[in-house]
Design a protein around this ligand. Sequence first.
Ligand SMILES: O=C1CC[C@@H](CCC(=O)N2CCC(COc3ccc(F)cc3Cl)CC2)N1
Length: 310
Amino acid sequence: MAVRKKGNSGGLGGEMPSEECADRVTPQGSLYRELPHIINTDGQYLFCRYWSPKTKPRALVMIMHGAGEHSGRYNELAELIMNESIFVFAHDHVGHGQSEGNRMVISNFQVYIRDCLQHIDHMKEKYPGLNIFLIGHSMGGAIAILTANERPNDFAGVMLIAPLITLQPETSTPTKVFLARLLNYVLPNIGLGSIDPNFISRSEEEVKNYINDPLNYHGSVKVSFAVQLLNTVARIEEILPKITWPFLLLHGEADKLCDINGSYHMYDTAPSKDRTLKVYTSAYHVLHKELPQVTSEVFTEIQKWIVKRL
Ligand SMILES: O=C1CC[C@@H](CCC(=O)N2CCC(COc3ccc(F)cc3Cl)CC2)N1
């Protein structure tokens, strides 16, 4: 009987699959062994995406998606960056898209950061010596901030698209925050309400795409998940005064999902010398899927910001 290695070396390692991982399937039923994936330190399979330039890459960019969505929603942005001879990579966070894990449930927000660092380390091994940039959107922006904070000298720049930095005042009064934390002990899985698709974008087409995308999660934000987000916002508040790495903040003025005051606060508080904040008048949350005018400006802004720092 052939001895087979236990699967925990990451699907990119090329080791022989062991029985259980040979038939491991995504939540949608596809075989992981036929898909790019990594295996995180909890043994969960994470679906990966790679946008590899035809020419030798001159930098790496990791994209971190937001809550309830997945990495496939960054195809256009990733291809634009790839066409600058930059290797772009991403994975679906635990509990999202084609990765394993209960939908939009996380034991501890740090798992997202840990998994991103694992993927980053793997890519640094494959492409040593290249500058690495991070792009994070919404909850993915919080992940990017905390990932860069763990390795303050490792990243050439961090681009944040409507990042989750502070709480919407109306949705999180101290009473509501206290009640959420209390509720988490007794009923962690009850829902607080789902993301309103109409807050995603002013583009009706993009709202429809978001609603009809089966890889998105439209269920309610569970109390346990909300508490992880509350803890994350508190962590970010603490580290803002210590941020020295270059960052680009992009935020919609009419964002109803992540308060633009979080971006203003980061811009005013972080001592980084190289920092930029661009506000998009009347724009909603998902700037990379907003009205065409806004989205093309956002794409150009990101492309220019990276190229200038290669
Ligand atoms: O393309 C896309 C599709 C989806 C969107 C990304 C969404 C995303 O990541 N958000 C927006 C919602 C936000 C809710 O936050 C909370 C909720 C309850 C609570 F008690 C405390 C917090 Cl902080 C977290 C961050 N982008």
